[in-house]
Design a protein around this ligand. Structure first.
Ligand code: SF4
Ligand code: SF4
Ligand code: FES
Length: 234
């Protein structure tokens, strides 16, 4: 950690201060950013221990004589200063089968037809700006480092958006349980608390997915049915 003092002008956000320090005193300090409008998800850091977007955190949230600490996200390896290597997330994204419409819908050349209420339901998940703050704060990934078992909340809502899509034909439930680790989440809601897009990650995404897994694999009536008529439990 290096301590800097900086002038703070009215209306400045934390990212402005980082840029001022970079310009005046630490030209080689690394920080990732792009839009400065809370929409690209690049500037995720931990400010006084809280995962936040540096471009959306106003300096007037802190008193003028207070020292604030700015650290890189803890869950991912540090590349330099405030920049972390988030490539693990992109690898997870590749594991998810993309939207798979019926042939009939494909023939419509993208002019899909569906009920407005179905559109509204999955629209929330599409607000994700891929800031990885939820991935950073999830204790399964952060404290227990179970990246081998759990895909994380950001991808659970991607999966939820696909699974709830009325025109999608892919059955993702077996993979959600076995490969993506839905059972590892114990619904602490820490991911939802830090989402800058206020997506109800746990209540609207993860819990419905967990319910679908339970319905499929742990319903005793269905289990007995499979045992009797398919000769196996899945
Ligand atoms: S609710 Fe689940 S996914 Fe979200 S932080 Fe807690 S354990 Fe992780
Ligand atoms: S779900 Fe929210 S916190 Fe997670 S990556 Fe998307 S925008 Fe960021
Ligand atoms: S710089 Fe784009 S979200 Fe902060």
């Amino acid at each position: 950690m290096v301590e800097y003092q900086s002038e703070v002008d009215k209306g400045m956000v934390v990212l402005d201060v980082i840029h001022r320090i970079q310009t005046e005193r630490a030209n080689d300090m690394a920080v990732r950013w792009n839009c400065k409008a809370g929409k690209c998800g690049s500037c995720s850091v931990e400010i006084n221990g809280k995962p936040k977007l540096a471009c959306m955190t106003r300096m007037n949230e802190y008193s003028s004589d207070e020292a604030i600490s700015i650290r890189p996200m803890k869950t991912f390896p540090v590349l330099k200063d405030l920049v972390t290597d988030v490539s693990w997330n992109y690898e997870q994204n590749k594991r998810i089968t993309p939207f798979t419409p019926t042939q009939e819908q494909k023939n419509r050349n993208g002019d899909y037809v569906m009920m407005q209420e179905d559109v509204d339901r999955v629209q929330e998940f599409r607000k994700c700006i891929e800031c990885f703050l939820c991935q950073n704060v999830c204790h399964v990934l952060r404290d227990h480092d179970r990246k081998d078992k759990f895909i994380g909340p950001m991808f659970m809502i991607r999966l939820a958006g696909l699974d709830m899509h009325p025109l999608d034909t892919e059955d993702r439930i077996p993979k959600i349980r076995k490969d993506f680790g839905s059972g590892m989440c114990n619904i602490t809601r820490c991911c939802t608390d830090v989402c800058p897009e206020h997506i109800q990650i746990t209540d609207n995404g993860i819990i419905p997915l967990k319910e679908r897994v339970v319905d499929r694999f742990y319903d005793p009536v269905l289990w007995l049915w499979r045992k009797l008529f398919q000769g196996k439990s899945v």
